[in-house]
Ligand binder design. Structure first.
Ligand code: PAF
Length: 287
């Protein structure tokens, strides 16, 4: 492991260090991650160092957000490489707690954010947002940052966390960082590592599909046929489409017909064994 970056494993040490910074009047930004860091995460870390005086990155693969049949055991764990990458950036501290530091044996609390958690990813992964909201509430409590940053690739997650922080009166500003894409458009994700070479070639079609729909909606085409055609094309290319939907960007209310206001297209599809998600803003429709 690299020794050029400070790594803490206990809540007590985290509180002590961050508490000293806070007492000195410094602004603290937290970037929660599950590790297996890619350029998308690193862009959030860079945003954090522009936002505050001290940047804390947490790395914790959170068991509470995986269902028993999901990939908790096989989720990529690359701690050494992650620390090397973070050591190149302006990071003050990495918080890497072991599982039992976060969840005691008799841990029995779960944070539920109703409404925003219910459609899209919440429909096929009903356990997911409760697990995310629970661990993020804990991380925010443990670190007490002024700002916490999350990627817009998990846009529904970002809204759920923002609502949770507001509803629980947590004194933190939640900021979203833009999606970082590979050169061919595929949104960066730790799970892209699961794709075979053949699947990796097809994977950018998901971004292509939502981009084409966004472009058409901004030209005042209505939603219905576009989405049906998009689903059909993706299915024919080998994707198992979970959802392809147009939603209000703040409330996630479904949009039908002509779009107006802040609108995004959301997609999730399985390619082989890999569940890919993506989303894109619809440019303001031309009059
Ligand atoms: O987006 C992630 O990596 C995780 O869901 C998060 C927010 C770190 C919670 O475990």
């Amino acid at each position: 492991m690299t020794d050029s970056i400070s790594v803490l494993a206990t809540i007590k040490e985290l509180r002590q260090t961050v508490g000293d910074w806070r007492a000195a009047g410094e602004k603290i930004t937290l970037v929660p991650t599950m590790g297996a860091l890619h350029d998308g995460h690193l862009s959030l870390v860079k945003l954090a160092s522009e936002t505050g005086d001290r940047t804390v990155v947490s790395i914790f693969v959170n068991p509470a957000q995986f269902a028993p049949h999901e990939d908790f055991d096989s989720y990529p764990r690359e701690n050494e490489k992650d620390l090397e990458q973070l050591a190149e950036l302006d990071v003050d501290l990495v918080f890497m707690p072991p599982r039992d530091e976060v969840y005691r044996q008799d841990f029995s609390t779960r944070v539920t954010v109703e409404d925003l958690s219910e459609g899209l990813c919440g429909a096929s992964r009903p356990h997911f947002f409760g697990g995310v909201a629970t661990v993020v509430a804990k991380l925010l409590n443990q670190c007490r940052p002024d700002v916490a940053i999350f990627g817009e690739k998990d846009y529904q997650q970002l809204l759920v966390i923002r609502r949770m922080a507001r509803d629980l009166d947590l004194d933190v500003e939640i900021i979203g960082g833009p999606i970082i894409r590979e050169a061919d458009g595929l949104a960066m994700s730790s799970r892209n590592a699961y794709l075979s070479a053949e699947e990796r070639e097809k994977a950018p079609l998901l971004h292509q599909a939502i981009s084409e729909i966004a472009e058409a909606l901004s030209n005042n085409v209505t939603t219905g046929d576009l989405l049906n055609k998009g689903r059909k094309n993706l299915t024919q290319s080998g994707f198992d489409v979970d959802y392809l939907e147009v939603r209000n960007a703040d409330t996630l209310a479904p949009i039908e017909g002509r779009v107006k206001g802040q609108v995004r297209i959301f997609a999730a599809a399985i390619l082989g064994k890999t569940r890919l998600i993506d989303n894109i803003a619809v440019p303001t429709p031309r009059k």
